[in-house]
Write a protein that binds this ligand. Sequence first.
Ligand SMILES: [Cu+2]
Length: 147
Amino acid sequence: MKRMIPLFFAFALAGGASAADVQIGGLTIHDPSAKQSPKGADVGAAFMVIENKGAADRLVAATAENADHVEIHEMSMTDGVMKMREMPAGLNIPASGKVELKPGSYHLMLMGLKQPIAAGATIKGTLTFERAGKVAVDFVTPAAAAK
Ligand SMILES: [Cu+2]
């Protein structure tokens, strides 16, 4: 029976990524994740893919348990320089569309980190959509890559 234990854990880990997908109304939030933060950093970033099978919606707010507050940001090229800015009105999720929050693009900015985001950490948070309402998500930080 001892042999079964590592197999069980391997299976549980393999299923982890899709288990983090969350559904609310017509929206599916795929793979909510947070980026490991360097020591001493007081801000962090979180990413996900939001798929919408319903009417247009808007991501208007987010929280993370390890952050003082969370802002919705976009990065864009302005005069040849990548700049990041807050989107105070939120992020539009088009009807029957898909929005990716990813490095170099839209992202959640975790402001005022209470501690650094460690590899392998799971951070509890929420997303609030104008139509669909509020949903709990777990932002999963990838484990450190094997060297
Ligand atoms: Cu940002």
